[in-house]
Design a protein. Structure first.
Length: 112
């Protein structure tokens, strides 16, 4: 099993969610986060004063999938989230040793 963590632009979230639903991905966790990479924020003017936003809003999607479904899910996320500009986001993959469904004690892939 693998954990996929995708940090994407908020405007691309609906597209990514739809792409994952089309693949049959049922469970995911979504968090509104802030951060920056190479983008380093931007400058805005509010009421005549200029200020810098260095932590930009992002959406973090987390999901656990069987090894066989990871590549198709990553491809779907990349296609749906890509705008071709700085700040599109990143995808992180990590191994998951076990999963346990609290309701009925299912373990491993059956808990997904």
């Amino acid at each position: 099993m693998k954990k996929i963590e995708a940090v994407i632009q908020p405007s691309r979230f609906d597209s990514v969610k739809e792409a994952l639903l089309e693949l049959g991905v049922e469970g995911l966790t979504v968090t509104e986060v802030r951060g920056h990479g190479r983008q380093k924020g931007h400058t805005e003017v509010y009421r005549g004063r200029e200020y810098t936003l260095d932590l930009l809003p992002k959406v973090k999607i987390e999901l656990i999938l069987t090894d066989q479904r990871v590549d198709s899910a990553v491809d779907a996320i990349m296609k749906a989230a890509k705008t071709g500009k700085i700040g599109d986001g990143k995808i992180f993959l990590s191994s998951v040793d076990d999963a346990i469904r609290i309701r009925n004690d299912d373990r491993g892939e059956s808990a997904l």
